[in-house]
Design a protein around this ligand. Structure first.
Ligand SMILES: [Zn+2]
Ligand SMILES: [Zn+2]
Length: 368
């Protein structure tokens, strides 16, 4: 058994023992040690991640505790560490692409079991009562809590989330591949559903990186004609392997002009400014420029939008049911991220690799 497997096995044994421990007793030092979570935290935007222990407190009535086996690193982990969005609390424990096994269930949780393989993505909680939640758009809940926003995430031995957002992993998927599906994968799957993309559609993906390489696979499996846009010509062969029929250099203005009026959806996965008008010009009438990369701002000439009823929009990851559909779709079509693995203890090296733009294409940390 690997040390990781051993850790999970120990948690599962502990979970069983805890069931038979009378409540209200005096906590021993052993109990307290077990209760502590062991994580990696950054104390400021520029600090390295260092080991960090914390007491998570009592498990909530509707919460699930998961032993982390794998945790992907998403670009948002880096943005949050640096407080790019002004909402980071320090010490900061990142990690919102978790795949692991349930080790404890809150008293009110039904339908999930200790030992079950599950994952947790960007969202760890939503109110489940507002109009957005009750219409199946829980990712748009205004009370939603991010797994790493005001909470401690999956760069740890354990992490907690609301049961509703703890998503079972289907049998056809390996846990090591699943972490990146829970944030990056869901983020690029949602636009196909939200925009009613048909198998007859032509779809372009801008940026072949952590998000884009999964978007190409979804687009191909969806049945679409797929075009990849990248600034890196060396990614052409891999883009074709991942499903692209066509590959164009995003900096080649002639190439962009050559595909004017072509696409039903242009899915932008990069967070850098683009020649927005040039990309809008590649949309067919009724087409959508769909943003999932957080470029700071977008400026566009209005007339081409009005004349051809084109639109610009975005989406924040996806709902609970969309996450389940995305996993089933991935299992059915053999879709998985291309990953590089690092032990979680090498988190800082992995973060540097991501920040340098060298990840091919998604980094996954292995626990233990
Ligand atoms: Zn993410
Ligand atoms: Zn809600």
């Amino acid at each position: 058994m690997t040390s990781r497997g051993m850790n999970v096995a120990i948690f599962l044994v502990i979970a069983e023992l805890v069931k038979y421990t009378p409540s209200g007793g005096v906590k021993t030092q052993f109990d307290r040690r077990l209760a502590m979570f062991h994580a990696y935290a950054a104390s400021s935007p520029d600090a390295d991640f260092v080991t960090f222990e914390f007491d998570p407190g009592p498990l909530g009535h509707d919460e699930v505790e998961v032993a982390v086996e794998y945790c992907g690193i998403c670009h948002s982990d880096l943005s949050m560490k640096k407080n790019d969005w002004g909402m980071t609390a320090y010490p900061f424990v990142g990690g919102h692409e978790v795949a692991g096994r349930i080790v404890a269930l809150g008293e009110g949780v039904a339908g999930l079991g200790v030992g079950q393989r599950v994952g947790i993505g960007w969202t760890a909680f939503s109110c489940l009562r507002c109009d957005q939640c009750q219409s199946g758009h829980q990712n748009r809940c205004l009370q939603a809590q991010g797994t790493i926003v005001g909470r401690h995430g999956g760069f740890a031995d354990r992490v907690r989330a609301q049961a509703a957002w703890t998503i079972p992993i289907p049998d056809g998927l390996e846990s090591v591949d699943c972490g990146p599906l829970f944030c990056g994968g869901l983020t690029v799957f949602e636009p196909f559903v939200a925009n009613n993309i048909l198998p007859t559609a032509r779809v372009a993906v801008v940026g072949i990186g952590g998000l884009g390489h999964m978007a190409l696979q979804f687009a191909r499996a969806w049945g679409c004609e797929v075009t990849a846009f990248s600034t890196s010509p060396d990614k052409e062969e891999e883009a074709h392997q991942m499903g692209a029929h066509h590959f164009l250099n995003s900096r080649d203005t002639e190439a962009l002009a050559g595909v004017a009026g072509s696409f039903d959806m242009v899915l932008v996965t990069v967070n850098a400014p683009l020649d927005w008008d040039a990309y809008i010009n590649t949309l067919r009438p009724g087409g959508k420029l769909h943003l999932v990369g957080a470029a700071e701002k977008i400026t566009a000439t209005v007339f081409p939008l009005i004349l051809a009823q084109r639109s610009i929009g975005g989406s924040p990851t996806g709902s609970i049911v969309r996450a389940k559909e995305m996993l089933d779709f991935s299992a059915r079509h053999g879709i998985k991220p291309m990953i590089e693995t690092y032990p979680m203890s090498d988190l800082n090296t992995a973060m540097d690799h991501l920040e340098a733009g060298n990840a091919r294409y998604r980094i996954v940390l292995t626990a233990g």
